[in-house]
Structures are given as structure tokens and as C-alpha cells.
Design a protein around this ligand. Structure first.
Ligand SMILES: *Cc1c(COP(=O)(O)O)cnc(C)c1O
Length: 236
């Protein structure tokens, strides 16, 4: 695996997809999905131009933070988060993408207050209504956005989704389009709504060009940067 070459390839693809959609490529942030990677690989990725790391598991996050692996990059949490682990994440990451329940929203607000921080978050939407996936059902998004918008220690920045794994180019475009519409619907609840543009976190190795075409501002890419991973074992 040549990390620098992979990064260059993904960046070129981002640029091409953005241009094809009439978008400015600088409006798209590449989040490197670093789950299962070593601290050494994370450091190498940052040295090669990665500016945002997205971590999935609290245990890996804590270990990599302890040895300073993310130095020089922003840090996002993109994985499933259990309410009893919010204290390891809140105030330690710049953005939590994967807020998927009301209970978690409340726990993050409470922990952020305790830590004396305002935590930036996204709401995760179960855009395809999949039984097996976490995230809010689409019809619940406006209500949850209003709730988050009223919390004192949460700053709602936008939405995130993980649609079904794409088999073909174009498969997930309709889901990404739906997400963009949800972002318009909750515009009033986003950050300081006069200046902050909503963050739309969507698109992974298999479908990020479609996500960019539909308006993604953040894509989360693992395999296309780091190569195939060993199979996942559990959630955290
Ligand atoms: C692993 C992961 C990604 C990246 O997936 P790839 O298909 O390897 O690009 C993106 N988002 C989340 C939430 C992930 O867990």
C-alpha cells in the first residue's frame, strides 16, 4: 500500500467529482476513517496530507490520543457511541458525526456542560430505514434538530448518514439527495444560522463521488486510503 499515492488518488477523485457537479473542491473535507489503523499509520497519513481523522471506537481513540497520533489533524468521532462512554469523547474531538438517539443527545449535552465545552455534533439519519442500522428515522429529524438546537452545550452543525453498501455507481445517489433536502429543512437549527453552512457527512470509499454530486461537505474514507481492513469485532 502506498499511502501518499492513495491520498493523491482520492483527492484527484474529489476534485473531479466536485468539478463535474459545478462545485468548488475546497468545499469538501476528506475525513480519513482510521479504525483499526496503528498510531504509526495515522501519523504517516497526517504527514502525507490528511487533515481530519475520523475514529470509530472509543478504545482506539483513547489509545491514539495518549500517544499523540492525531497531532496536526482535526479529530472527529464517526462510530457508534454508547451513552456510558460519552465522557471519553466529549471535549476531546472537534465533531461527533454519529449522534443517533435522543438519549445520546442528552448524555452529550450533560457531559459537555460538566466539561465546560460546547460540543459540535451531527445527527445520524437512518436514511434507508434499515432495521440493522442506527440513526434517527427521517421523519424524526426535524424534531431532534429542534431539540438539539435548544440544548445549551451542543452545537448542531448538520447531518450524517451511512446508507446501504453501494454495489454500483449511482446506487446511493437518491439517499444522498434526500439527505441534502433534510439539511435544507433543518437550516434554522444549524449553529449560528446566519453564517454556518450545514455539514453534510456522507459518502465512503464505495460511493463518495455520488455523495459529492449530491452535496456532501464531508466524506469519510477508509479503505480507499488504507487498503482493506481485518473484519470488525464488536462495536467499540
Ligand atoms: C469505516 C467507516 C467509514 C469508511 O469506510 P470505507 O468503506 O472503508 O471507506 C466511513 N464511515 C464510518 C462511520 C465508518 O465506520
Amino acid at each position: 500500500m502506498d499511502l501518499a499515492e492513495n491520498i493523491a488518488k482520492v483527492k484527484a477523485n474529489i476534485e473531479a467529482a466536485a468539478r463535474a457537479a459545478g462545485r468548488d473542491p475546497s468545499g469538501i473535507t476528506l475525513v480519513a476513517a482510521t479504525k483499526t489503523q496503528t498510531s504509526g499509520t495515522i501519523r504517516a497519513a497526517i504527514a502525507a496530507g490528511i487533515t481530519v481523522c475520523g475514529e470509530n471506537r472509543v478504545q482506539e481513540l483513547t489509545a491514539h490520543l495518549a500517544d499523540g497520533a492525531y497531532a496536526g489533524a482535526a479529530l472527529h468521532f464517526i462510530g457508534h457511541l454508547q451513552t456510558n462512554k460519552v465522557k471519553y469523547v466529549v471535549g476531546r474531538v472537534d465533531l461527533i458525526h454519529s449522534v443517533s438517539s435522543e438519549k445520546l443527545l442528552l448524555a452529550i449535552d450533560r457531559q459537555a456542560e460538566k466539561a465546560g465545552v460546547i460540543q459540535d455534533i451531527l445527527l445520524e439519519v437512518n436514511v434507508a430505514g434499515e432495521e440493522s442500522k442506527s440513526g434517527f428515522p427521517p421523519e424524526q429529524v426535524p424534531e431532534m434538530a429542534a431539540l438539539a438546537g435548544n440544548m445549551t452545550h451542543i452545537n448542531l452543525r448538520g447531518l450524517m448518514c451511512i446508507p446501504p453498501a453501494a454495489q454500483h455507481i449511482g446506487d446511493n445517489f437518491r439517499y444522498f439527495e434526500k439527505m441534502r433536502q433534510f439539511c435544507v429543512d433543518i437550516r434554522r437549527e444549524i449553529g449560528d444560522n446566519k453564517t454556518d453552512n450545514p455539514i453534510l457527512s456522507m459518502g465512503m470509499s464505495g460511493d463518495y463521488p455520488d455523495a459529492i454530486r449530491a452535496g456532501a461537505t464531508h466524506i469519510r474514507v477508509g479503505t480507499a486510503l488504507f487498503g482493506p481492513r481485518p473484519p470488525m469485532t464488536g462495536h467499540t
